[in-house]
Design a protein around this ligand. Sequence first.
Ligand code: PMP
Length: 287
Amino acid sequence: MSRTVYVNGEYLPEEDAKISIFDRSFLMADGVYEVTSVLGRKLIDFDGHLARLERSLTELDMQKPEAFDDLLAIHRKLVELNDIEDGMIYLQVSRGSAGDRDFVFPDSDVVKPTLVLFTQSKPGLADSPAARAGIKVISIDDIRWGRRDIKTVQLLYPSMGKMAAKKAGCDDAWMVEDGFVTEGTSNNAYIVKNGKIITRQLSNDILHGITRAAVLRFAREAQMEVEERPFTIEEAKAADEGFVTSASTFVFPVVEIDGVKLGDGTPGPVAKRLREIYLEESLKSAI
Ligand code: PMP
């Protein structure tokens, strides 16, 4: 069945939705996005995603779309129209189309941003096999640009990283810069050693994960020790356990890095506990 999607103020069947070939997200990756999970027809961490979207737009000097204040209502309407029990809502804002290709930003009084949203139905999203079995990762160099804190649609390298992982019989890649792990291709990365949760501190080097913020808050509330600092891939391989967080996967245990098993090679207790707490608490505040 065809989805109903949202494009610049209109709800349309996906086959009728159109944007210009001159849209700057298409020509220049001049766009930002957010992915919000839906569990039991409710939005998880919506306020966090909205706040980060606003920040991404500000950092790129991009105008807010006219419908910015209606985004919650638009998300809810798409959940309803597409009958989404569990899944994701993808939102993208681009700098719009100036009707030609030009490196220079168009005048924002004339060219309005393009706003697109669509749903992805994922029945049983919170009960995925990867959450139970854990994932295997490889390490790759982090050759991305220096503003990874801005959630741009420039995802070619992360996509290549996933393909390299797949080719190696693994699930994902952790990126390494100057010897230290930055993050996963589409998630934040953590290790656990002697009960302590270690994850890279926030900076322009990583995306400020909305799930990361919530998971670290819940971990501290549960009296778990958290250290925000860089860690090397060698330190990670010698850790007791590892895990990743993102809006669409919540918490996934990491059981192997570059063929080296973490602990006994099965999901660790800290990752399992954090997944439980995150799902429980974020469902309570879902809207
Ligand atoms: N880092 C990167 C590079 C990502 O693409 C994502 C997912 N968008 C994350 C971290 C996790 O962020 P969030 O928890 O907000 O989904």
